[in-house]
Design a protein around this ligand. Structure first.
Ligand code: 39S
Ligand code: MET
Ligand code: ZN
Length: 769
């Protein structure tokens, strides 16, 4: 029996890579300094894993931006628009241009599309495929990192994204071909990469095929068989660990077991039941099973007693030689190290394990399962048992009032008083907004000034009063600026928030938060997900102070701004001792009370953001309806406590809507703002095909780019919207919040947006006359 790890966080234990990348992008450091930082992080990560006792250590899990983009570079899959940069730039600059766009030296290249990595809050760069797509071994990163690790004496295992998943993660950019057919061009190059690694001395390689957890067609399954049969034929000596995670193999199990490879990895945290299915499957031959038993997606301590039983079951059937121990997935999704947390309640802290602690869990479980007996192991086991017993009975977790209230909710709590048609009429009368009302999604630029202010306040260098006075100043400036530009529905700007989820976590009961629990979200951007450890309650106002302050300083409508229950759930580390639905409803009740409090404080328009509704979808379609039913209900529970005249908005981004549009409609928000500009309003098709009844603000420009959209461009997008939506239902807004932007471009872009709306109004009224 042995252990291995699937991947380690790479942003740096103190976010060194984030800081170095951002410094490099703004020209504050040179390339070699960035490369040095990266090397230090890799060495440290490998050392940490080896010291912990990990036997096979992943390499090429490091990335400067994203591992899927790394694969595109390795395969020479560089979209045509970046070709001119190939000769003039270092490969890393070319890589960053693909990730972030490039506006310099006379170039205006847009970034490649970014989307969610399965059901995580990590975003990857979507590979592009064209007709007659070709590949060649271009990137050198995996070879260099493998050599680097070997030279340092680590037992290194290269990690690659599987050829099939790589194709399925991508997008056809031309018509007239299917990305699956591209496999004939891809496979020879992929095999060449494996051969090179073997020549370099690789014995094991980990190939990630997370698409094996998704619903696949027969054709797609055939491609899996074709690819791995060919790989075995061409590189017979190289031993393959096939990793699938985030869900069951499900209907793909027979296929997975049919593939000629040495180790099959299972996520036993997300899908414990599949162990029995596999152990009794007729296709199970001589493979080793890698048991993904330590949760790579959450921060709870592993339950050793329970895990040992599971491992024993596998050992009984296969023998110790054919059982490996591992985390469920890459530890990319876990924060670095619990030891950095000095302020966490010690009672809660003893229930937790971050990436570094998870390594120890993997190692300890392997030793215990092998039957090793030492005083340290016995102590580790007893401590683990103790921590779990404490968690089961802790008074911190259970709040009878919350449980009682949840028991008492009834059907009416999920519905507004009247139907949308009635509400719309009342709201139009009350607000008297012009046609195509303009608004923004909530946040304004989180400048270094604002963040430093908060950092100083948290360190105690600023008093509460000093901090609030500065935040008031920023809010007032944003208000008067919005008035000047002529926006119709204003926002307060979210300057008081570190993050749209963490901020609420800090104010609610049942949440704990960390000082350094950073997890990469995309590129250099990180989040610190709060930890939901107990029943959730709202014992104080969450946003009333800032929304009512802002409303008092303008005659215009000030939109209240809250994060919805599903998004708070999805972007937190959630408890694993009760159903997600239960937790979502508890959060929903807290948000419901805040919505009502905002209304009582005179706020007439309230936005409840739910950008993570789509991301929460289970990977297998069979589980969709169950999830969507409770997710929609959680939103409705949060939103339905107000009068008909109060207008509820919601906002979503990074989402496809076609296959869930009826559920989006069932949320019954008066207004929904969505991201649509990057797809040039394509996303609206779902809304028009379904005849989505409520008001919609299709985003008119991409906020991820500093590029300023012209008035003509915005009007063109809006004209598309007017062709398919009733005019009186259309709002005008950007794709998402503006916190990652600078004021310079924000001001110009919003001025153009308001002007576009004004021109459109005039054109429409001219037609009417
Ligand atoms: N949770 C979450 N998930 C999300 C999103 C989101 O907004 N929130 N948006 C989508 C895209 N993802 C995003 C994720 C993060 C960021 C982002 O801007 N993150 C910031 C951190 C935000 C934050 O928590 N800031 C804190 C702490 C900031 C900090 O690092 N402070 C410095 C000091 C200040 C400085 O010099 O900058 C320090 O402590 O060292 C604050 O403002 O208080 C970053 O990585 O830079 C943006 C988008 C999808 N998923
Ligand atoms: C990721 S959705 C962001 C919504 C939030 N209100 C903001 O403007 O930042
Ligand atoms: Zn958004």
């Amino acid at each position: 029996m042995q252990n291995h790890n699937l991947g380690y966080p790479r942003i740096g234990s103190q976010r060194e890579l984030k800081k170095a990348c951002e410094a490099y992008w703004t020209g504050k450091i040179l390339l070699n300094e960035l490369l040095e930082t990266a090397k230090k992080i890799r060495t440290q990560n490998w050392q940490t894993q080896q010291t912990a006792g990990i036997e096979l250590i992943p390499v090429n899990d490091f990335s400067f931006y994203d591992q899927v983009l790394d694969m595109s570079l390795l395969l020479g899959n560089i979209p045509d628009r970046y070709q001119p940069l190939r000769s003039t730039q270092s490969n890393l600059d070319l890589y960053f241009a693909m990730a972030r766009g490039y506006q310099r030296d006379g170039y205006d290249l847009t970034a490649m599309e970014m989307t969610k990595w399965f059901d995580t809050n990590y975003h990857y760069i979507v590979p592009e495929f064209k007709k007659n797509q070709t590949f060649q071994v271009f990137g050198t990163k995996v070879f260099e990192e493998f050599a680097e690790a070997k030279n340092l004496g680590f037992n290194a295992k290269p990690v690659l994204i599987g050829a099939v998943s790589y194709l399925l993660l991508g997008k056809e950019k031309d018509k007239g071909f299917s990305k699956l057919d591209v496999i004939d061009q891809l496979l020879p190059v992929y095999i060449e990469i494996l051969q090179k690694l073997q020549v370099q001395g690789a014995v094991w390689v980990q190939i990630d095929e997370p698409y094996l957890a998704m619903d696949l067609t027969d054709k797609e399954r055939q491609v899996f068989v074709q690819v791995y049969t060919e790989i075995k034929k061409q590189v017979p000596q190289l031993k393959i660990i096939l990793a699938n995670y985030f869900d069951c193999y499900g209907d793909n199990l027979a296929t997975a077991l049919q593939l000629p490879l040495e180790v099959l990895h299972l996520d036993l945290v997300r899908c414990p039941s599949q162990l029995d299915d596999i152990l009794t499957h007729k296709n199970l031959d001589s493979q080793i099973l890698s048991l993904g038993i330590v949760d790579g997606r959450n921060i709870w301590k592993n339950d050793f007693e329970q895990s040992l039983q599971v491992i024993q079951k596998a050992v009984d059937k296969l023998g110790k030689e054919r059982v490996w121990i591992a985390p469920s997935c890459s530890l990319l999704h876990s924060p670095y190290d619990l030891d950095f947390e000095q302020k966490l309640n010690p009672e809660i802290k003893q229930w937790l394990a971050f990436a570094k602690q998870k390594l120890n869990e993997v190692v300890t479980l392997t030793k215990l399962a092998k039957g090793e007996k030492t005083p340290e192991l016995e102590k580790a086991l007893q401590e683990n048992i103790q921590a779990h017993q404490n968690r089961k009975t802790s008074t911190l977790i259970h709040n009878p009032k919350v449980k009682e209230r949840l028991q008492g909710i009834c059907e009416e709590d999920f519905s507004r008083q009247s139907s949308f048609v009635v509400r719309q009429a009342l709201q139009k009368k009350r607000f008297k907004l012009p046609l195509f009302p303009t608004t923004t999604i909530g946040s304004f630029p989180q400048t270094t000034d604002v963040r430093q202010l908060r950092a100083r306040w948290k360190k105690g260098e600023l008093t509460q009063a000093q901090y609030e006075a500065e935040i008031e100043k920023a809010t007032l400036e944003a208000i008067s600026w919005q008035e000047e530009v002529g926006l119709d529905v204003l926002v307060h700007g979210e300057f008081e928030r570190n993050d749209m989820v963490e901020y609420f976590g800090e104010l609610l009961e049942g949440f704990a938060f960390t000082e350094n629990g950073w997890v990469q979200s995309y590129g250099s951007r990180c989040v610190k997900p709060p930890i939901i450890f107990g029943d959730v309650a709202r014992n104080k106002d969450l946003s009333v102070r800032w929304s009512s302050f802002a409303q008092k300083h303008t005659k215009k409508l000030m939109k209240g701004m809250l994060t919805g229950p599903v998004t708070i759930l999805q972007w937190s580390f959630v408890r694993n001792d009760q159903a997600r639905k239960e937790t979502a409803f508890q959060i929903a009740l807290a948000i419901r009370d805040e919505v009502i409090a905002l209304e009582q404080a005179g706020i007439q328009v309230i936005q409840i953001d739910e950008p993570a509704i789509r991301e929460g979808l289970p990977l297998g379609k069979k589980d969709w309806t169950t999830y969507l039913d409770w997710a929609v209900k959680a939103f409705r529970l949060a939103a339905s406590g107000v009068k008909d005249e109060t207008q509820i908005h919601t906002h979503m981004c990074y989402s496809e809507f076609n296959d869930i549009i009826e559920h989006i409609a069932a949320m019954d928000a008066d207004v929904i703002t969505i991201e649509t500009s990057r797809s040039a309003m394509e996303l609206l098709n779902a809304f028009t095909a379904f005849k989505y009844p409520n008001e919609i603000g299709p985003g008119v420009y991409d906020i991820h780019s500093p590029r300023v959209p012209s008035v003509a461009e915005i009007k063109q997008l809006l004209n598309k919207a007017t062709e398919v939506l009733p005019l009186e239902n259309i709002w005008v807004n950007p794709d998402c919040g503006l916190k990652t932007r600078r004021w310079e471009e924000t001001k110009l872009a919003l001025q153009n947006m308001v002007q576009a709306a004004q021109e459109l109004r005039e054109e429409v009224s001219a037609v009417k006359v």
